[in-house]
Design a protein around this ligand. Structure first.
Ligand code: ATP
Ligand code: MG
Length: 742
């Protein structure tokens, strides 16, 4: 069995969480991540089960320990890493520029690994190895260059081989003696792994094939050119072949070349064909970029095999955007995502416009009663809903691939008056329709009893039904281009559509209950042969203690949710989803996300803001054009709601006067069900046409749409009807997106 050796820098990497140019201003950072090109390389080799070692030095500090533990844990022989208690472990501060390039501040030469010498013990370790891999980045100091050249000498004398990745960064190329050192290593190289233009560093050639020919003629046995997302090519005296990159979402490019190299070298040494080595290496590089952090994307052989076979089956053309939501807090960018639960076209448009400004995807959700295979109360099937949302996106040129669709409370709820078997058959048809229509976030809600059953079912029954629906959804997806769905489980929420009662306080989900829900579901999924689907259960719906009644909001109290929040530590790969977060203050929303309630559902709060804007415009129109309309918008909605009380009568109580107030101004916002009503829609149309093209006086905006006044004054929002309606919704959305950025 071959043993691979590398010699060079071990560092921690500390990464700026916001893009920008360099480090001249205070900026938030995340780290330490174990790193250093040779360390990443050897960690990947170790993960593949390949015997391997690294010669390096770290300080007697936590940064050293982070690296030692990771490398050892992944199977690397760390006996060649000397711990110098008087030195400091190397570090690299990294910041991504908006164009994707990186700015570094390195501390390598003056760190523990600034000096590496081969004493007797190290020389013995070199003697155990049959292959040396050199990273160009490791030629940063004379003692290291000397050690590398000595190791090459020993290994070659024993009949071993050398691979070389120039891995050049502009910051390093300036080092004195660098070019000479690179040339010396190149002369000993059997396998050369340049990326892009590095191929031309050591030749006069103008074309790739000339450069490759020249390198092969100089005694190099094989050349592998890395081309980032475009893939890689292999050349030797008798063969040339290229493979495209696997189509994946790039989260963080760091480490791709190192993981690719380690995988290629391991397979090459062990006699794999160039094609097989290239394919596994490309898979390793692709998986590396899908993970944030330099070494975090290293793969085991089993992971690579699974990745390749899934890719071949065409199942995962694209990772589900939400697949790693539990790890968003460890990387730059948002930590959570607002879930927009509304079918109102203006709300959806406002959400897309906001997402566009945030450079974020938009998550739009429909619920089981609203949209289902029979039409639901909106009359839309899941496919109709997809088309409806897509059409809004097309109109405002929002990219469709940035739309995430979610299905909420998917289960027997709309048919619970039927016996369980019939209701579940309907639920299966529903989830199939959702999955086929491209909904990739599916909330399985099977907790309610059907005809002849208790109102709330035992956990095991709920979980078994959820697993059954997941298995059906899995079957419904697939085919090339498909994105496998993520699932949400649990239901610590009132029935879809809002609470029936006036609320004062609320039970926060008990920590044990959250853990038990997940445990029971895991078991049920395994039982149902849907363990694969369970690996994509990314969230559980719990009650953090937020809700709203007709005229009051129960505010988030993080102290009450502390224990629940802490259970996330035990629920690996999962976040909490909070329902009914509408009307929470910006601070409360921020706290919710920080406490792990990463999916914030909001619906009525958005249509409430829209209704406020419409009513404001209604008053403005009444003032500007007193004779133009027979009835105001508010008069029309009042009439419509009284004619057809079904959507509010059960929910609004008290005297006639109190009920009238609630019809228009309740936080429950049952009026939202009436906007699609032909009479209400006509009244809105009439209002909007009346104000179409009218520059509304600022002073009227101050009076009737005070929330948007400042944004009109500073030129952000045009003083016109539609922009003002969108701005009102946007004001709420802004709080949500800001909360997710904590
Ligand atoms: P670095 O030094 O930044 O780690 P590199 O320049 O040495 O990287 P790359 O060409 O970026 O190496 O990546 C190596 C291989 O990993 C590529 O040849 C490709 O197979 C795979 N890879 C890299 N980026 C992507 C990507 N965005 N999508 C798919 N595969 C990728
Ligand atoms: Mg590289």
């Amino acid at each position: 069995m071959h043993k691979i050796l590398t010699i060079g820098e071990i560092l921690v990497e500390i990464i700026a969480t916001e893009k920008g140019d360099g480090f001249r201003k205070a900026t938030p950072l995340i780290g330490p991540f174990p790193s250093g090109a040779p360390a990443i390389f050897i960690d990947q080799a170790g993960k593949l089960g390949q015997p391997c070692a690294i010669i390096s030095r770290v300080g007697g500090d936590d940064f050293g320990t982070v690296n030692l533990e990771r490398l050892k844990g992944d199977g690397v022989d760390i006996s060649g890493i000397e711990v110098d208690p008087l030195a400091t472990t190397g570090s690299a501060f990294v910041r991504y520029r908006p164009d994707g390039s990186r700015a570094f501040v390195f501390n390598i030469r003056d760190s523990a690994c600034g000096k590496i010498t081969l004493d007797e013990r190290m020389t013995r370790l070199v003697g155990e190895c049959s292959h040396v891999h050199v990273m160009g980045s490791s030629l940063y100091a004379p003692s290291v260059v000397e050690s590398i050249l000595a190791a090459i000498g020993i290994v070659k004398a024993g009949g071993g081989t050398v691979s070389f990745d120039p891995n050049l960064r502009p910051e390093i190329l300036k080092s004195p003696g660098m070019r000479e050192a690179l040339l010396t290593v190149l002369a000993e190289t059997d396998l050369f792994l340049p990326s892009g233009d590095e191929l031309f560093l050591f030749t006069e050639a103008k074309t790739e094939s000339q450069a490759v020919a020249e390198l092969l003629a100089s005694g190099i046995k094989a050349v592998v050119v890395k081309r980032g997302a475009a893939g890689a090519s292999y050349f030797d005296a008798g063969a040339a072949l290229s493979l495209p990159g696997f189509p994946v979402e790039e989260i963080d490019p760091t480490g791709a070349g190192d993981c690719f190299g380690a995988t290629f070298v391991s397979f090459w040494l062990n006699g794999a064909s160039p094609r097989e080595a290239l394919e596994f290496a490309a898979a390793s590089g692709a998986r590396a970029v899908m993970h944030f952090g330099p070494m975090e994307g290293a793969s085991t052989r089993a992971e690579l095999e699974r990745f390749i076979s899934e890719q071949q089956a065409g199942l995962i053309m694209q990772e589900n955007h939400l697949i790693d939501i539990a790890r968003w807090s460890e990387r730059p960018g948002p930590r959570g995502i607002p879930s927009i639960c509304s079918a109102h076209p203006l709300v959806i448009e406002a959400a897309m416009l906001r997402a566009h400004r945030e450079k974020a995807p938009v998550l739009i959700e429909a619920t089981c009663n609203q949209v289902n295979q029979d039409g639901g109360y909106t009359g839309m099937t899941p496919e109709d809903f997809t088309r409806f949302v897509g059409a809004i996106a097309d109109r405002i040129e929002f990219p469709r691939e940035k739309i995430l669709l979610g299905g909420d409370h998917l289960g027997p709820n709309p048919w619970k008056h039927l016996p369980a078997d019939e209701a579940m058959a309907k639920a299966e048809a529903m989830i199939t329709a959702y999955a086929k229509a491209g909904f990739t976030k599916l909330h399985l809600d099977t907790s309610m009893g059907c005809a002849g059953e208790p109102t709330a079912l035992p956990d095991a029954t709920t979980a078994a039904r959820a697993a059954r629906l997941a298995a059906v959804a899995e079957d419904a997806v697939g085919g090339r281009g498909g994105v496998l769905p993520v699932y949400i489980i649990g239901t610590e929420v009132p029935i879809p559509g809002g609470a029936l009662e006036e609320l004062d306080t609320l039970e926060v989900t008990a920590p044990e209950a959250a853990i038990e829900t997940v445990r029971v579901h895991r078991a049920a999924f395994e039982e149902a042969g849907a363990a694969g689907a369970f690996s994509r259960v990314v969230g559980a719906v719990v009650q953090p203690g937020v809700e709203f009644g007709n005229e009051n909001v129960i505010a988030y109290d993080r102290a009450r949710a502390e224990k629940l929040s802490a259970t996330l530590g035990q629920l690996h790969g999962m976040v909490f989803e909070a329902h009914s977060t509408d009307y929470q203050t910006p601070d409360a929303l921020r706290e919710l996300v920080a406490d792990g309630f990463a999916i914030l559902k909001v619906g009525p709060g958005l249509t409430f803001a829209l209704r406020e804007a419409l009513y404001g415009l209604d008053q403005i129109a009444a003032f500007l054009f007193p004779a133009a309309r027979e009835r105001t918008l508010a008069e029309v909605t009042e009439a419509v709601m009284r004619e057809e009380p079904a959507n509010w009568a059960k929910y609004y109580h008290g005297s006639a006067e109190e009920q009238r107030l609630q019809r228009h101004f309740s936080y429950s916002d049952r009026i939202r069900y009436y906007w699609p009503h032909p009479k209400a829609a006509a009244a809105v149309d009439e209002l909007m046409s009346l104000l179409d093209g009218v520059a509304i006086p600022e002073t009227l905006i101050s009076q009737f749409l005070a929330g948007s006044y400042a944004r009109v004054r500073n030129g952000e929002v045009a003083p016109q009807a539609k922009p003002l309606a969108l701005a009102a919704v946007d004001a709420v959305l802004q709080d949500y997106f800001a909360a997710c950025r904590v």
